[in-house]
Design a protein around this ligand. Structure first.
Ligand code: SF4
Ligand code: SF4
Length: 86
């Protein structure tokens, strides 16, 4: 079961705003280790986006991937991670 913190919500369908370039990914797993949302999985020696429904848009995966395999954009306005604390 996914935990929800007070004052935090995920709005609408953000789409797949984070993608992985399989040609660049070497399966090191660093993105899995830094992701607090458990958004990735490893399959066939490559990382895959599992579920962005708990992504906090922190970009830690993008920073951690030394091979530049993570293609990061942002959810459409009004969707995705939101907090009432700004
Ligand atoms: S950090 Fe980059 S290279 Fe490593 S598994 Fe994740 S996407 Fe692949
Ligand atoms: S932006 Fe943050 S929460 Fe979202 S997939 Fe990357 S590391 Fe995980």
């Amino acid at each position: 079961m996914r935990r929800r913190a007070e004052g935090v919500e995920w709005r609408g369908d953000p789409g797949y705003f984070i993608r992985i370039d399989p040609a660049s990914c070497d399966g090191c797993g660093d993105c899995l280790r830094v992701c607090l949302g458990s958004c990735f999985t490893l399959g066939a020696g490559k990382a895959e986006v599992k579920d962005l429904g708990s992504c906090m848009e922190c970009a830690a995966c993008w920073y951690a991937c030394e091979r530049g395999a993570i293609i990061l954009s942002w959810p459409r306005g009004g969707t995705g991670f939101a907090t009432e604390y700004g």
